[in-house]
Design a protein around this ligand. Structure first.
Ligand code: FAD
Ligand code: MLT
Ligand code: ZN
Length: 483
């Protein structure tokens, strides 16, 4: 099944405009421009029309017209995805479908611990709505002020609290989806138990818009924590960090909600480029763990348990130094260091990214092997290893050598080696039984890598699903898997 390349005729565009109404579309280049550029500027696409439906019925009407006319659709949420999945191709023959006007909270049921939200709701607004009802919606990531829940569910986003609450797909009880022929699955059920055959919603979670358009979801809420303890800890090395993770989990009654690794290289870049940041510890160290523990009890027992765990780990030589946030504001400042790493890498020139996972116990081996391998390929290359190691997940971003100009030809020449460096790192990941995409998905960037590393049986099953649900290949064609 070939990707749809046909330019939609004027009559199709007119039908789409009429179906959505005057407020729901634009073809103005200036208005469309930010929607056509990928988050990191790696892709700039074109589109025949930008549609902004405000209801599920309008989404369904638009998709039906596209199905009848064989017109390709690219769904878009907050456009913060990192794999190019929300960017239309350069040929300009696709319709861009923004979900941003479909942004109502339909219900919040504190007794059922659920929130029903439309796809275009900004993640931070959902966190706030839950908080206002004395509940927690735990999905949390750096882009939360911009990304939309529909995009989060379509990428199966991770973020910093997966260790405790799971990935986006674990936070969904029900889903409303417009299928590629325009039919609607009305699955907004808030049930913890529903064992009625195949769990169809799972097909659309993490599908990156290739199997349908998510229009609304019933999300799980949790009790709001009463005590949160944040610790910034200098550890001996990544192996000590992983040992500390295990000790903190058992020492606090499994109260760890986030466990992030930060390398000195990453911290130095943040301290250099992000105004208002400061090293929380007095001496420099090679590796750090940023830890959040939380409890429903505000009695102070958690702080004691964290302090005891850190003291024991220090005695065992795992921890070199540590500081526990004395206030929520100090905790926020520690998290700002972590959340600014990607931004701080930008002025350091080209960065080749790897969003990979391995079993938690293999994290130290991965970092050691991958760092040595990329250094053999490009002497002077700077591994910036950080991220959600509590989930076995490392953002292994490698910056170009320090001495080179950070723009122009040297940067381009470095980035031209993206595929080669990815292959070196991904081969190590595969040997350690890991994944080449821990949370960012496949999009456009990793289509070939996925085909290379996934087994032929799994790839063929994915293609079969795609062909079955989307026989005309109109839903985000060319992304994730090519049928
Ligand atoms: P978009 O980028 O608009 O779309 C992503 C994909 O989903 C595309 O394929 C698109 O076609 C599809 N899509 C969007 N909406 C729908 C819909 N309603 N129905 C069907 N398909 C749809 N990601 C993480 O997982 N963890 C992190 O910690 C993290 N940190 C980040 C930090 C920063 C600073 C930035 C910029 C990004 C980060 N990301 C992270 C990546 C990104 O924020 C997530 O992938 C997010 O879930 C994307 O949401 P979005 O609304 O921006 O989706
Ligand atoms: C993060 O966790 O900060 C992002 O997912 C990392 C990235 O930018 O690669
Ligand atoms: Zn991340």
């Amino acid at each position: 099944m070939a990707t749809v390349l046909k330019q939609p005729p004027a009559a199709t565009l007119e039908r789409l405009k009429t179906a959505i109404g005057a407020k729901g579309w634009t073809a103005d280049p200036a208005e469309m421009s930010p929607h056509l550029l990928e988050e990191r500027g790696h892709y700039r696409g074109r589109a025949a029309l930008l549609l902004r439906p405000a209801t599920t019925a309008e989404v369904a009407a638009a998709v039906r017209i596209c199905a009848e006319t064989g017109t390709a659709i690219v769904p878009q949420g907050g456009n913060t995805g990192m794999m190019g999945g929300a960017t239309p191709f350069e040929h300009g023959n696709e319709i861009l479908l923004s979900l941003s006007r479909l942004n109502r909270i339909r219900a919040l049921d504190p007794l059922n611990y659920t929130l029903t939200a439309e796809a275009g709701c900004i993640l931070a607004n959902l966190q706030k709505a839950a908080d206002d009802a004395d509940r927690l919606f735990p999905l949390s990531l750096g882009a939360e002020g911009t990304c939309q829940i529909g995009g989060n569910l379509s990428t199966n986003a991770g973020g910093v609290q997966v260790l405790r609450y799971g990935m986006a797909r674990d936070l969904v009880l029900g889903l409303e989806v417009v299928l590629p022929d325009g039919q609607v699955i009305e699955g907004l059920r808030g049930l913890r138990k529903d064992n009625t055959g195949y769990d169809l919603k799972q097909l659309f979670l993490g599908a990156e818009g290739t199997l349908g358009v998510i229009t609304a979801a019933v999300l799980k809420l949790f009790p709001r924590p009463r005590e949160v303890e944040t610790a910034f800890v200098a550890v001996r090395d990544p192996a000590a960090a992983i040992e500390l993770l295990a000790r903190t989990r058992s020492g606090t009654g499994d109260a760890v909600t986030a466990f992030e690794l930060i390398s000195r290289t990453a911290l130095d870049m943040v301290l250099t480029h992000i105004p208002g940041t400061a090293d929380p510890l007095s001496a420099k160290h090679e590796w750090y763990a940023l830890i959040d523990c939380s409890s429903g009890d505000s009695g102070g027992g958690l702080r004691e348990a964290v302090e005891r765990t850190l003291a024991d780990a220090m005695e065992a030589g795992l921890v070199i130094d540590a500081t526990l946030a004395a206030s929520a504001q100090q905790g926020k400042a520690m998290w700002r260091l972590r959340d600014s790493i990607t931004e701080a890498q930008k002025p350091e020139g080209g960065s080749i990214k790897h969003d990979v996972s391995v079993p938690v116990s293999s994290v130290p081996a991965f970092i050691a092997e991958a760092s040595a391998a990329v250094a053999r390929a490009i002497p002077g290359i700077r591994p910036v290893a950080f991220g959600h190691v509590g989930d076995g997940h490392i953002h292994f971003n490698v910056s170009q050598p320090a001495g080179e100009p950070k723009q122009g030809a040297p940067r381009d020449a470095y980035l031209a080696r993206w595929g080669e460096i990815n292959r070196i790192v991904h081969d190590i990941v595969a040997r350690l039984n890991g994944s080449i995409s821990a949370e960012h998905g496949i999009g456009r960037r990793k289509v070939d890598e996925l085909a290379h590393y996934k087994s032929p049986v799994e790839i063929e099953l994915m293609r079969t699903l795609k062909r079955t649900l989307d026989p005309k290949n109109i839903m985000n064609p060319g992304k994730v898997v090519v049928p």
